[in-house]
Design a binder for this molecule. Structure first.
Ligand SMILES: Cc1ncc(COP(=O)(O)O)c(C=O)c1O
Length: 443
C-alpha cells in the first residue's frame, strides 16, 4: 500500500537530488580519485599541445601491435552479436588453459577459468567475492590494488619492500607479518614480472615464499599479466610452487598488445572448492554478463600457440630486454640505482643518491620530482608514491615504451645491444634517458 503525502506534510522544501548527493558524500571517505597513471598522460598531452617535446615514460601501454592473426579473426567475427556464457566461451577457456599449460607448465583447467572484460575487473571481483580477508599489498605495487581493496570493503595492509630486496616481499617478512598479527584469512597480491619494477622472484626465493604462504594458509593472487613478456622466456608461475592456494590472473593486454580489447582471464585452483568460483560467476552475471563476442572469438586465435605466435612473443621479448637493459645501465652509470628488468616494460629507478642536490632545488618527494621533471625536462614518469611508497622515497616508475613497436617488429633483432639501441625507432627512448640524466646533473 502506498501512502500519499500532501505538500502540507513536508516541513519546507526537500533537498534537491544534487543536495542529497553532496550530503551523502560529505562523510564518504571512500572516494577514489582518477588514477595517477591517467593524469600524467593528460598532463603530457597538454604540454605537447603547447609545442613541448615530451618523452612519455609515464603511461604503461604496450607499444606493440595486436598479434595480426587475432586482428583478422576479430574482423571476421565483427557481426557476432550473441551474449556468450558468463564464464566465457568453452572453446576459449580450453584454449586459455592449454596456453598456460603449454607455455608455463601449470595445470590450468577450462572448467576453472573465468573470462572477463580485463583482468582488472577480475582482481576486483575476487576481492569482492572473498569473505573478509586482509589484503596484503607490497609497496611498491600496481596502482589499482589498494583502491580496489577499499572499494571491495576489504582491509588492506602494505608490506614495505626495498631496493635491496629487489622490491620483493621476502619469505621472512610474510612469516613475521602472519605471526605478529595472528591467524586470519589473508590474500597476498603478487605481480611478476612486476609493475612498477620489472622484477620477478628467483625460483628459490619464490619456493620459500610459497612455503610460508602455505604454512599460514595465505591465499595468493598472482597477477601474471606480464608473464609471457619475461625477457628470457623464464616466467615461473607462482602456482607451480603453491598450486592449491594460488589464484592466477592474466589476459591479452600486455603480451598481445590488446589492452583496449578488454579481455582478462582468471584460474581458480580446484583445491579451493566451488564456493568461491560460484560467487565469482554470480558477480559476473550480475555485472558484466560476458566479454564482447567478437573479442572472445579473436582471443581463441591469440591463445593458440603457433610458430607465428611464438615468434611474435620472442621478438617483443628481445626488444624489451635490450631497451630495459640499456636504460638501466645508462641510469646506473649516472648514479641512479636501477635493477635491470626481468620482464615487461618498466624500471623503478631510485634517485636517492641525488637527494641533497634535489633538495637544494626544492625537491623532497617523488611527486615533486616527477612534476619538475615533466615541467623542466619534458620527461613523464610516475612517482613512487603512486605505487604506495613513502612520499619522501625518491623513486619513480619509468615505462620504456615511447617507441613504434610495429616498426620495430618489422626489423630483425640485431643481436648486440649497441646496434639494437641505435635503430631510429628508439631515438625518443635514447633522448629521454639522456635528457633525464642531464636534468639531474643541472644541465
Ligand atoms: C600489474 C597489472 N595488473 C593488471 C592490469 C590490468 O590489465 P587489464 O587490461 O587486463 O585489465 C595492468 C594494466 O595496466 C597491470 O599493469
Amino acid at each position: 500500500m502506498t501512502t500519499s503525502v500532501s505538500a502540507s506534510d513536508v516541513p519546507g522544501p526537500a533537498p534537491s537530488a544534487a543536495e542529497w548527493l553532496d550530503r551523502g558524500y560529505a562523510d564518504d571517505h571512500n572516494a577514489t580519485a582518477a588514477s595517477d597513471t591517467l593524469l600524467i598522460n593528460e598532463q603530457s598531452r597538454l604540454l605537447e599541445t603547447q609545442g613541448r617535446r615530451i618523452t612519455k615514460f609515464g603511461f604503461g601501454q604496450s607499444p606493440f601491435p595486436v598479434f595480426p592473426p587475432a586482428v583478422e579473426t576479430l574482423a571476421e567475427h565483427a557481426a557476432d552479436k550473441a551474449y556468450l556464457p558468463v564464464q566465457g566461451m568453452a572453446a576459449l577457456r580450453e584454449q586459455v588453459a592449454a596456453f598456460h599449460r603449454h607455455l608455463e607448465g601449470t595445470d590450468w583447467r577450462a572448467e576453472r577459468v573465468l573470462i572477463a572484460p580485463g583482468s582488472k575487473l577480475l582482481l576486483f571481483a575476487l576481492m569482492k567475492a572473498l569473505p573478509r580477508a586482509e589484503v596484503l599489498i607490497p609497496a611498491p605495487a600496481w596502482v589499482s590494488y589498494a583502491p580496489q581493496a577499499r572499494l571491495a570493503g576489504q582491509p588492506a595492509v602494505r608490506l614495505e619492500t626495498s631496493f635491496d630486496s629487489r622490491w620483493l616481499v621476502t619469505p621472512a617478512q610474510l612469516d613475521r607479518h602472519c605471526r605478529e598479527h595472528g591467524p586470519s584469512l589473508r590474500l597476498l597480491i603478487l605481480n611478476a614480472p612486476g609493475n612498477p619494477t620489472g622484477l620477478s622472484y628467483e625460483p628459490e626465493m619464490q619456493r620459500e615464499l610459497a612455503a610460508v604462504a602455505k604454512r599460514h594458509g595465505v591465499l595468493v593472487l598472482s597477477d601474471e599479466i606480464y608473464g609471457p613478456l619475461h625477457h628470457r622466456g623464464e616466467h615461473r608461475p607462482f602456482a607451480l610452487d603453491y598450486p592449491e592456494g594460488t589464484l592466477t590472473t592474466s589476459g591479452l593486454s600486455k603480451w598481445c598488445g590488446a589492452g583496449g580489447w578488454r579481455l582478462g582471464v582468471l584460474n581458480v585452483p580446484e583445491a579451493l572448492g566451488d564456493a568461491l568460483l560460484t560467487r565469482l560467476l554470480g558477480l559476473a552475471s550480475e555485472t558484466w554478463s560476458s566479454v564482447a563476442s567478437p573479442v572472445q572469438a579473436a582471443a581463441i586465435t591469440a591463445y593458440s600457440v603457433t610458430p607465428a605466435l611464438e615468434a611474435y612473443l620472442e621478438a617483443q621479448r628481445q626488444w624489451l630486454s635490450a631497451i630495459g637493459r640499456w636504460c638501466a645501465q645508462r641510469l646506473e652509470a649516472a648514479g641512479i640505482r636501477t635493477h635491470a628488468p626481468d620482464g615487461g616494460f618498466y624500471l623503478f629507478p631510485d634517485f636517492s643518491a641525488y637527494r641533497e642536490i634535489l633538495r637544494a632545488r626544492g625537491i623532497a618527494t617523488s611527486a615533486e620530482l616527477t612534476a619538475r621533471l615533466l615541467e623542466e625536462a619534458g620527461i613523464a614518469l610516475l612517482p613512487g608514491s603512486a605505487f604506495g611508497c613513502e612520499s619522501t622515497q625518491l623513486t619513480a616508475r619509468l615505462a620504456y615504451v615511447d617507441f613504434d613497436g610495429g616498426a620495430l617488429l618489422e626489423r630483425d633483432y640485431p643481436d648486440d645491444l649497441e646496434s639494437a639501441m641505435a635503430v631510429p625507432e628508439l631515438a625518443t627512448v635514447r633522448h629521454g634517458i639522456e635528457a633525464l640524466v642531464a636534468w639531474l646533473n643541472g644541465a
